[in-house]
Design a protein. Structure first.
Length: 110
C-alpha cells in the first residue's frame, strides 16, 4: 500500500510531491518514485490520483470510474495493495489530487 509524503506550494498553485511506497502501482510506478501532484483538480477516469482512504491513509491509485458514491480506485498491480475492491468507492472530497508526472527516477508525464 502506498503511503505518500506530500509537501510544498509553488507559483501560487497548489502542488506537492508524493513518494510511492509499495508495489500496487507496478508496472507504472514503483517504490521510491517521486510524483508531482496537483491538488484540487477534478480527476478523469484513467488518471493516477492521490486519495485518502477512510482510515486516513494517503494512497496513489488509478481513478477507474466515477460512481454515484464516489471514485472507484484501483492499483495497476491486482496482486498487491488495497484499493476499492477492499474499501469501496472513495468520496470525491477524499480524492485530493491528480498526479501529473513522475519526477524521479526516469521523469515522465502521466
Amino acid at each position: 500500500m502506498e503511503e505518500p509524503a506530500t509537501t510544498g506550494r509553488e507559483s501560487g498553485r497548489r502542488m506537492g510531491v508524493a513518494l510511492v511506497r509499495g508495489e500496487s502501482m507496478r508496472p507504472t510506478l514503483g517504490p521510491g518514485d517521486r510524483l508531482l501532484v496537483l491538488y484540487g483538480v477534478v480527476p478523469r477516469a484513467g488518471q493516477v490520483v492521490l486519495a485518502r482512504f477512510p482510515d486516513g491513509v494517503l494512497v496513489i491509485k488509478r481513478a477507474e470510474e466515477r460512481r454515484t458514491t464516489g471514485w472507484w480506485l484501483r492499483g495497476d498491480n491486482p496482486h498487491a495493495g488495497v484499493d476499492s475492491r477492499h474499501r469501496g468507492a472513495i468520496p470525491d472530497e477524499d480524492v485530493v489530487g491528480v498526479v501529473r508526472a513522475r519526477l524521479w527516477p526516469r521523469p515522465r508525464l502521466l
